[in-house]
Design a protein around this ligand. Structure first.
Ligand SMILES: Nc1ncnc2c1ncn2[C@@H]1O[C@H](COP(=O)(O)OP(=O)(O)OP(=O)(O)O)[C@@H](O)[C@H]1O
Length: 228
């Protein structure tokens, strides 16, 4: 589905990623690493917000390295940035409508999201800015899902969310993956990330310091790699 081959990427003249690759064989990929390791930069390069200066991003067999983000969304990528972003002055429902409007099956997709996320149905008329962190994250994921992606790119979906809700978000992600959606996930909770992932990479200073198949058995080597 998603394959990244040996990319360099960064900002202006500053190179952040150095020869990072993700194999095309895994449907659920977790990206781990300390603050500043380059995780968000890798996601931005994947969705096209920054362009690699070297290497290739391939999606569904197509070289998308030079495609604009909106073209990548049309191909089936969806990106949920860090921080549960939504339009705070709009209601939950209006936030969903913004994405759904003009889509062939927009109304049905909204109904599906309200069923999938009961909290969004309960607070459909509440302004997004007044939702809890967990509810806002659900709203952000729901907005992404309305575009019917094949690949969901999630940047720290459980960050800043109260522990009781974290498990709910994690279950949502696992459920989506089991339903056939590919997921590229940046996550600080190593246990969950490894449990969910078929492949993981640990980034350190923009390089792959460790990688392997998922599963909690990898916990020891991941922790060791993160101690670098
Ligand atoms: N817009 C930007 N312009 C210049 N440098 C940036 C920009 N965004 C990030 N960086 C730098 O790139 C490096 C990697 O940042 P990045 O956000 O990818 O790390 P991260 O692993 O996602 O960190 P965190 O876990 O804190 O989100 C950091 O040194 C950061 O300062």
């Amino acid at each position: 589905m998603l394959e990244i081959v040996d990319i360099d990427a960064g900002y202006g003249g500053t190179k952040v990623l150095h020869g990072v690759s993700i194999p095309g064989s895994a449907n659920i990929v977790a990206v781990l690493g300390h603050n500043g390791a380059g995780k968000t930069t890798l996601l931005r390069a994947t969705i096209g917000l920054i362009r690699p200066t070297r290497g290739t991003v391939r999606f569904d067999g197509e070289d998308v390295t030079h495609l604009a983000p909106n073209r990548r969304v049309q191909r089936g990528m969806a990106y949920v940035a860090q921080g549960q972003q939504s339009f705070e002055q709009l209601t939950t429902l209006e936030n969903l409508q913004l994405v759904a409007d003009g889509r062939r099956n927009g109304r049905a997709k909204i109904a599906e999201m309200l069923e999938r996320f009961p909290a969004l149905a309960e607070f459909a008329t509440r302004k997004a800015g007044l939702l809890s962190g967990g509810q806002r994250q659900q709203l952000a994921i729901a907005r992404a899902l309305i575009t019917e992606p094949k690949l969901l790119i999630l940047d720290e979906p459980t960050e800043g969310i109260q522990p009781t809700i974290v498990a709910e978000i994690e279950q949502t992600i696992i459920g989506l993956a089991e339903g056939g959606l590919s997921v590229l996930l940046v996550e600080q909770h190593i246990g969950f990330a490894l449990e969910a992932a078929e492949h993981y990479v640990v980034l350190a200073s923009g390089r792959v310091a460790q990688e392997g198949t998922g599963g909690t058995a990898a916990m020891g080597s991941v922790r060791a790699a993160m101690a670098i």
